[in-house]
Design a protein around this ligand. Structure first.
Ligand SMILES: [Zn+2]
Length: 267
């Protein structure tokens, strides 16, 4: 599932591709992905333009010239591709937005959604999310950490605690911080809290800089998307050698989520 760095990569790349370009067509193959009838959706979009792209947690907000917002959440298995009809990947898409003469933005939304909202409604929906991890000071991080009693891994992926971190980066952050994902939050010392905070900042910034871990390119010739994948420290590396100590990476299940770590490097 795309997480903060993947959605930030989409935001940055789409900003260069679609801002100001008139929307000229809409295809919807799964009306349930929308919150209005496809005809209403098309009427709101055709002739409109995206004037700004914003990311909040794992959501993208397409700000339209008419003031409304398209709120996108890709969820598990979601993807996007931007290009011509000929370049269209051999995958099932649920919504396709045409920009200008012949550029199409295909959106795979098997479980995800693309909803149209007024700005007030969109920001009200996003209010329940926890703070953005990259916008927190260490003091603020300690404040959101203080009331938490759960396990580190489960807390990191809880979107009401911090928003945007999922299965991949929670494991990566724990490794970078040298902390076992099964540690109880309440047992973390002040120094370990700082290690966790610094690891989270460094790792998310690194992942954004190299386009996240999901490898499908956004457009033909996209050399950025997915460059974090070969850099993954522990995620999806079961039985492979730890990059620090060479011992095998362990995979367990925590609250029905995959969890990867090194028993030697993480305490
Ligand atoms: Zn190790």
């Amino acid at each position: 599932m795309p997480e903060l760095p993947e959605m930030e990569t989409y935001r940055q790349q789409l900003t260069r591709l679609i801002i100001g370009v008139p929307i000229t067509g809409i295809v919807v193959t799964r009306p349930k992905s929308l919150n209005v009838d496809p005809e209403v959706f098309a009427k709101k979009l055709i002739g409109n333009r995206v004037v700004r792209m914003e990311r909040r947690a794992k959501h993208l907000l397409f700000h339209l010239a008419t003031g409304e917002i398209l709120l996108l959440h890709l969820m598990l298995g979601g993807w996007m591709f931007f290009g011509t009809q000929e370049e269209q990947p051999d995958r099932t898409f649920q919504v396709d937005i045409q920009f200008g003469v012949n550029r199409l933005c295909f959106i795979g939304l098997r479980l995800g959604y693309l909803h149209v909202h007024t700005p007030e409604a969109a920001y009200t929906l996003l209010q329940k999310l926890g703070p953005e991890p990259l916008e927190l000071s260490f003091i603020q991080f300690q404040n959101v950490l203080r009331p938490k009693r759960g396990i580190l891994k489960v807390t990191l992926v809880d979107q009401t605690f911090l928003s945007g971190i999922g299965n991949c980066y929670s494991d990566e952050i724990c490794f970078e911080a040298g902390l076992l994902p099964l540690r109880k939050i309440s047992t973390l010392t002040g120094n370990e809290q700082l290690q966790l905070y610094q690891a989270m900042q460094a790792l998310l910034r690194e992942a954004i800089a190299v386009g996240g871990y999901m490898e499908e390119p956004l457009f033909v010739g996209d050399r950025l998307t997915g460059q974090y994948n070969p850099k993954c420290r522990v995620y999806d590396r079961k039985d492979e050698p730890c990059l620090r100590c060479g011992r095998s990476i362990i995979q367990i299940e925590v609250s029905s989520r995959k969890c990867f770590y090194c028993t030697y490097c993480q305490k």
